[in-house]
Design a protein around this ligand. Sequence first.
Ligand SMILES: *[C@@H]1O[C@H](CO)[C@@H](O)[C@H](O)[C@H]1NC(C)=O
Ligand SMILES: *[C@@H]1O[C@H](CO)[C@@H](O)[C@H](O)[C@H]1NC(C)=O
Ligand SMILES: *[C@@H]1O[C@H](CO)[C@@H](O)[C@H](O)[C@H]1NC(C)=O
Ligand SMILES: *[C@@H]1O[C@H](CO)[C@@H](O)[C@H](O)[C@H]1NC(C)=O
Length: 394
Amino acid sequence: MAYGGALSLTTTLFMIAGYYLALKTQSSTLFCKDGDFKQFLIKNVPVVREKYLPSIFCFNGYVHTAVAILFRGITLPIDTVNYERENLMLNDGGEVAIDWRYPKSDGPHSLITVVILPGITGDSQVEYVRETVNELFENGYCSVVFNYRGRGGMRLKTARAYSANNIEDLTEVLKHVKSKRPNSPIAAIGFSMGGILLGNFLMSNEQADKKYIASGVLISLPWNVTQASHNAESSWLMLQMSENLSYHLRSVIDKNKDVIFNQKNNYSLNYNRIKQSNTVRQFDTEYTIKIFNYTDVYQYYKDATLNGKLQRIKVPCLGLSAADDPFLYFKDIPTGEADERSNVAILVTSAGGHVGYLDTFWPFVINKNFMMRLVQQYLDSIMVDNNYDQFVSS
Ligand SMILES: *[C@@H]1O[C@H](CO)[C@@H](O)[C@H](O)[C@H]1NC(C)=O
Ligand SMILES: *[C@@H]1O[C@H](CO)[C@@H](O)[C@H](O)[C@H]1NC(C)=O
Ligand SMILES: *[C@@H]1O[C@H](CO)[C@@H](O)[C@H](O)[C@H]1NC(C)=O
Ligand SMILES: *[C@@H]1O[C@H](CO)[C@@H](O)[C@H](O)[C@H]1NC(C)=O
């Protein structure tokens, strides 16, 4: 007992020391070309001028990410959300669920629709999505979460599941949202790989032609997917997180084995090899690239990578990335490109982890965290009075 007590005291002191050491070096930098959009953000989104101070338990990016992934639901008692579900049949016979949270009453934001794209294994029930939807609901917005194929409790109808750069499903979802709420401008928030999909959509001809999305928010993106896949396998702790992600990916295959492995499909899939995938890269190698007709996983990652392509985004977009995100180091965040863009800004905080941003000193209290303040301040300013129109680049 005494030994255990001494150990935990040492651990606590170590954490506090680490925390104060970390605090001294905190900073945030907004990467964007000097001009109207950057000035707009500095004026209307005061959080971009704040230092981000992490929770005491999150003294480095790895721990922060692990805490956020494993304990967010415990540390932040996030209310359940009463969604209204809609099942959407897709052109190729697939099906996805979209979960609506309609505004409680008419107000200044009730006409705006916010489409939310969770991370690769997420759905409308993961903590950071519920947290966001609750926040948007409180502020009078209409939100709708896109659950990818096989997610949100849905079964697959065909062998096809998630891709980071195939935008066909998202296009159908947006078309549907537009048809239901034709006069409603759409903002979209993408988390992690969901943000990669959103980024790819924003660069697409579909977006250029139909202008579905008025503005985007890109949170904790593995901007360079190739590099992120290397980082995901670079240490013991990362391999534990990779194992957990691949477990969630493999479970979709298990639940839908009958649909995926029937004689009508000819994807040369090998169930045992998929089962043995311990990282996202191995899973993509055995499954995703076969469904989406890539011969090489690195070609897929290269196509999905957003670095080097930011000039294709025409609408105003705000990114939030942490320099200590263990999935992507600072050098791989496209800060240089953002500095050249007059409509794309990336706020880089020195801490925050991967979809972390747990920021009360003591995280076991309900408070509005940095990420939520950023989303709210940005949408409140960019989505009103058609402000987004001012910042569309040619
Ligand atoms: C992405 O990362 C890979 C691996 O480090 C690198 O080879 C590639 O050049 C990067 N891509 C871009 C567009 O920066
Ligand atoms: C992954 O994490 C979840 C909690 O997020 C847990 O329920 C699950 O058992 C973990 N799986 C593995 C294989 O670590
Ligand atoms: C199935 O795939 C194999 C190898 O890719 C090919 O040779 C064969 O013609 C395909 N069969 C059908 C029915 O498409
Ligand atoms: C992949 O190729 C097959 C056979 O040519 C085709 O039926 C399928 O639609 C392709 N899938 C995608 C996602 O392009």
